[in-house]
Design a protein around this ligand. Structure first.
Ligand code: EPZ
Length: 418
């Protein structure tokens, strides 16, 4: 198993290019199951979760071909099976979203239910309720969701919570359902808009993606496409924080500023110099950070996927910050590792009270999930001494060679085999 070793205290400088969005690419790759024709997707990040998704598609019998490092060709003309196994779904929850596209095109499917994960229980009730409103019969048997439908029809669906996954899942299914579907209180993340963009490029009729109500008029079939995925706003946000926490100067090329509004506003409130430009966002650290309060919310609120990174930065801010996590019930695992590095963080319910200390110190720490792992790396970049982050397999799920990118910005960082 790999670990990452960092000798901190260097101000990072230079330019970094943002990869394609993991959280947009995953559902977009699965959307290929809605068509019998060839789909080419570009700017697809070469991360573990993408490779798992391609293995899943191949396992179903789709033709999958990598075209270089960041493009793939998929053709799901004839599938050998309509089942996604537990072994695969347990490694990546997003694979549960194959259920809808298989059902929509083939009338039945059997997919392992994802179960909980390190950051929360993550139920799928909104997914299943939405499918049933469109006429599917769904049974949960031995840890699998078995779904079937003679004919799916349009429906009016209200989501109790603007779930990203449920919005993506139901929007995909509705593209082939008979009649009109509306998804109310829908998720509005840029990844939703990008998935809708890919589906529309395949011939789907979708209006309102990115707004509170999405309207989909079902069509007979979808055709192939050649579609380019948006940049990864969470990877971009991670590098913005890397500049802030090290007092450095980084130009994050490819970042879309509007996708990062709440993050940029908070960084400015912390006293960081943030400059948006045509090709990205440049961040220049500016002395000791100011404490701020953060509350994670569905988009366009502050993204939960950048909560851990911001917490790492606020560990050495001037004053006390209160971080409220409202999306996932167990997303403070990094707190205990940051405290091992000398941070002063107390957790009460879904709030973390971060009392800024003068400096963190290097220490051996353990990653518990994808975003927690990168927050420990950021803390290690700022902390004098040596930090060793173990279990970095979490990191590889969503970041492409991050240690190489940080090293190119001047960090003393390396991946070593344990
Ligand atoms: C997506 O997860 C992202 N994953 C997550 O990113 C991200 O944290 C999350 O959206 C929120 O922004 C991908 O896109 C692959 P949700 P998803 O459904 O779709 C509850 C990362 O680090 N809920 O919006 O699973 C749920 O329990 C990952 O890249 C129900 O109650 O998120 C949670 O508390 C981590 N019932 C809340 O909604 C449901 O049926 C948000 O979940 C569905 C969700």
């Amino acid at each position: 198993m790999d670990k990452i070793v960092i000798r901190g205290g260097t101000r990072l400088r230079g330019r970094v290019d943002v990869e394609g969005s993991k959280n947009a690419a995953l559902p977009i790759l699965l959307a290929s199951l809605l068509s019998a024709e060839e789909c080419i997707f570009r700017n697809v990040p070469n991360v573990v979760d993408v490779r798992t998704t391609l293995r899943l598609l191949e396992g179903l019998g789709a033709e999958v071909e990598r075209l270089g490092d960041s493009a793939v060709r998929i053709r799901a003309e004839r599938l050998a099976r309509l089942e996604a196994q537990y072994e695969l779904v347990k490694t990546m929850r997003a694979s549960f979203l194959v259920l809808g596209p298989l059902l929509a095109r083939h009338g039945h499917a059997r997919v392992s239910t994802p179960g909980g994960c390190a950051i929360g229980g993550r139920p799928i009730n909104l997914h299943l309720e939405g499918l049933e409103r469109m006429g599917a019969r769904v049974e949960l048997v031995e840890g699998y969701a078995q779904a079937e439908a003679e004919e799916l029809h349009g429906a009016r669906i209200y989501l109790d919570f603007p779930s990203v996954g449920a919005t993506e899942h139901l929007m995909m299914v509705a593209t082939l359902a008979k009649g009109q579907t509306t998804i109310e209180h829908a998720a509005r993340e840029p990844e939703i808009v990008d998935l809708a963009g890919a589906l529309i490029s395949m011939g789907a009729q979708i209006r309102g993606a990115g707004e509170d109500v999405i309207t989909i008029d079902g069509v007979e079939r979808l055709h192939g496409t050649d579609y380019t995925v948006i940049p990864d706003r969470i990877e971009a946000g991670t590098f913005l924080v890397a500049a802030a926490i090290t007092g450095g100067d980084i130009d994050v090329v490819g970042a879309i500023p509007t996708h990062l509004d709440p993050v940029i506003l908070k960084l400015r409130e912390m006293g960081v110099d943030v400059r948006e430009h045509d090709h990205g966002v440049r961040v220049i650290g500016n002395g000791r950070l100011h404490a701020v309060d953060i509350k994670t919310m569905p988009y366009p609120g502050f993204p939960t996927d950048l909560q851990a990174q911001m917490m790492a930065a606020l560990c050495t801010a001037d004053g006390q910050s209160v971080i409220s996590e409202t999306i996932f019930e167990n997303r403070f695992m990094h707190v205990y590792e940051l405290n091992r590095m000398g941070a002063d963080i107390k957790v009460e319910g879904n709030r973390a009270f971060v009392s800024g200390v003068a400096q963190l110190g290097g220490a051996p720490v353990m990653a518990t999930d994808l975003r927690a792992s990168v927050s420990l790396i950021l803390a290690g970049l700022a902390a004098p001494g040596t930090t060793e982050v173990s279990r970095v397999y979490h990191l590889d799920r969503g970041y492409v060679r991050i240690e190489e990118k940080l090293s190119a910005l001047g960090a003393d960082i390396a991946r070593v085999r344990e």
